[in-house]
Ligand binder design. Structure first.
Ligand SMILES: Cc1cc2nc3c(=O)[nH]c(=O)nc-3n(C[C@H](O)[C@H](O)[C@H](O)COP(=O)(O)OP(=O)(O)OC[C@H]3O[C@@H](n4cnc5c(N)ncnc54)[C@H](O)[C@@H]3O)c2cc1C
Length: 417
C-alpha cells in the first residue's frame, strides 16, 4: 500500500512528516527547494521565535482569524510539547521577554537541523528539488502526486504543507492554493498581514532607516481605536514598518479611507508636562536653532524635520517660539499624524491571511471534508496570528496533528485490507 506523501518541507511539513512516521507510516517528504526550512531559517531575524510559552486561552487570544479551529491541534501539540521535542533532539530552548521561545543558540538553522535528525531517525524519506505540480484523484480519494519533472508518486494519503504567498524566494509561492482549489476546496483570497504600511505622507521616506523606540502607535477608524501599543517602529523607503507597525497591520479596516495613525513620541509625559518641559528648554535655549533644542527630545534626523511637520519655519530660534507655536509642537509630539495609503504586498508580509477555508477541514484531524485522505497544515489554512512565535506554533501543531491523523488512517486502511 502506498505511503503518506507530505508536500512542502517547511515548518508544518517537517512536523507532519515526523509525526506521521512516528505513527508507523511510510513517509516521503517532497520539498521543491534544495534544502528544508528555508523560511524557518529567516524567522525571528535568523533567531527563530519558534513558539510562545503561554496557555491555550492566551494563545487563542493572539489568533484573530478562526481561533477555535486550532483548539484540538494546540491541545494535541502544545508550545511545551514543541519545546520538549527540540530539547529531546539536542536543541535547548530559552524563554525570553513576552514568553517568546528561541533556540538557546539563537540560530534558526539549529531548529531545522534538530527536526531533520528526528525525521531521519523516524525513517522519513526526504526528497529535495522536487516540486509537486498536481494531485491525482481516483474514486473520490487522492491516489498520487505528479511532480514538475513528470514523475508520478503513488500516495495512500497526502498532507499539503505548502505555506502561503509571503517571501516567495523561500519557496512559498502559493502552489497549495491552486492544488487545494483543484481538489475542490474553497480558498479565501490571500492578503497580507504583519506587513509594512505605505503612507500618504512623503516625509517618512526622508527618515528611511531611522527607528523609534518607546513610542506609542495608535490606529483608529474614525474615532474607534483599533490598536494602540507602546514599542518600536521604523521609517522605510515606502513609509513605516517595525514591530508596532506589523502588529497594527493586523487591525487595518477594510476601508482604509477612514483609517488614521498617530505616533505619541513622548508617551512618558503628559501634554502638560511636555509643555512645561518645552517652556523651560526654549527659555534656556535662547538663540539656539529650534531643531538643535528638539534634538534633546527626538532623534536628530527627526528633530531636523520636526518644525516643518508642525508647519513652522525651519529658521525659528528657541527665543522666537510663541505660546501658540509651542503648543503646536507639544501637540504634534504627542500625536504625530500619518495616513495609511496601503499595506505592502503579500509577498513582503510576514504572514499570508486567507487560504483553505477551515469549515471544509475537520479540526480534530486536519483532514479534508471533501477528500478523505487529503490533509492540510500550516499557513496554507485560513488562520493567522500576531507576532510572538504563534504562527510557527500553528504550523508545528497543525502539522503534528495532520501527521498523526494521516498515520492513523493508513493504519485503519491496512487493517481493512
Ligand atoms: C521574515 C519572516 C520572519 C518570520 N518570523 C517568525 C517568527 O519568528 N515566529 C513565528 O512564529 N513566525 C514567523 N514567521 C512566520 C512563519 O515563518 C510561517 O508562518 C511558517 O513558516 C509557516 O509554515 P508553513 O510550513 O505553513 O510554510 P513554509 O514555512 O512557508 O513552508 C512551505 C514549504 O513548502 C514548499 N513548497 C511550496 N510549494 C511546493 C510544491 N509545489 N512542491 C514542493 N514543495 C513546495 C516551500 O518550498 C516551503 O519550503 C516569519 C515569516 C517571515 C516571512
Amino acid at each position: 500500500m502506498p505511503g503518506i506523501v507530505v508536500i512542502g518541507g517547511g515548518a508544518s511539513g517537517m512536523a507532519a512528516a515526523l509525526f506521521a512516521a512516528r505513527g508507523g507510516a511510510e513517509v516521503t517528504l517532497l520539498e521543491k527547494n534544495e534544502k528544508l526550512g528555508k523560511k524557518v531559517y529567516i524567522t525571528g531575524k535568523g533567531r527563530c521565535n519558534l513558539t510562545n510559552d503561554c496557555d491555550l486561552d492566551t494563545f487563542l487570544s493572539q489568533v484573530p482569524r478562526n481561533p477555535r479551529f486550532l483548539y484540538a491541534a494546540l491541545s494535541n501539540f502544545s508550545p511545551r510539547d514543541m519545546m520538549a521535542l527540540l530539547e529531546s533532539a539536542g536543541c535547548p530552548v530559552t524563554v525570553q521577554r513576552g514568553r517568546r521561545v528561541f533556540p538557546s543558540s539563537e540560530k534558526a538553522s539549529d531548529v531545522t537541523r534538530a527536526l531533520s535528525s528526528l525525521m531521519l531517525r523516524a525513517g522519513v524519506k526526504v526528497r529535495l528539488n522536487t516540486a509537486v505540480e498536481s494531485l491525482e484523484t481516483k474514486d473520490g480519494r487522492v491516489c498520487a502526486v505528479r511532480t514538475a519533472a513528470g514523475e508520478r508518486i503513488p500516495a495512500g494519503a497526502v498532507i499539503l504543507c505548502t505555506g502561503g504567498f509571503s517571501y516567495p524566494s523561500t519557496g512559498s509561492t502559493g502552489d497549495g492554493y491552486r492544488l487545494s482549489a483543484e481538489a475542490g476546496h474553497t480558498v479565501t483570497p490571500p492578503s497580507p498581514v504583519l506587513v509594512g504600511l505605505e503612507t500618504a505622507e512623503e516625509w517618512p521616506r526622508a527618515l528611511q532607516g531611522l527607528s523609534l523606540r518607546n513610542v506609542t502607535l495608535t490606529l483608529r477608524s474614525g474615532k474607534k481605536v483599533l490598536y494602540t501599543e507602546l514599542g518600536e517602529m521604523l521609517f522605510t523607503h515606502f513609509g513605516i514598518s517595525g514591530p508596532l507597525v506589523l502588529e497594527a497591520s493586523c487591525h487595518l479596516p477594510e476601508n482604509l479611507s477612514g483609517a488614521s495613525l498617530r505616533i505619541d513620541l513622548k508617551p512618558g509625559l503628559t501634554p502638560e508636562q511636555l509643555d512645561a518641559r518645552l517652556l523651560r528648554d526654549f527659555a534656556a535655549g535662547g538663540k539656539k536653532q529650534l531643531q538643535t533644542e528638539l534634538a534633546s527630545l527626538l532623534p536628530s534626523r527627526l528633530a531636523d524635520l520636526f518644525p516643518r511637520l508642525c508647519s513652522l519655519p525651519d529658521t525659528l530660534r528657541c527665543s522666537q517660539v510663541t505660546g501658540e507655536q509651542r503648543r503646536r509642537l507639544a501637540e504634534t509630539l504627542k500625536s504625530l499624524p500619518l495616513t495609511v495609503r496601503a499595506p505592502r504586498p503579500v509577498t513582503e508580509a510576514i504572514v499570508t491571511r486567507g487560504g483553505v477555508q477551515v469549515r471544509e477541514v475537520d479540526p480534530a484531524t486536519m483532514c479534508s471534508r471533501i477528500l478523505p485522505n487529503l490533509y492540510f497544515a500550516g499557513e496554507l489554512l485560513d488562520v493567522d496570528a500576531h507576532t510572538g512565535g504563534y504562527n510557527l506554533q500553528i504550523a508545528w501543531a497543525t502539522g503534528a496533528l495532520a501527521g498523526r491523523s494521516a498515520a492513523d488512517l493508513q493504519c485503519r486502511d491496512s487493517q481493512q485490507r
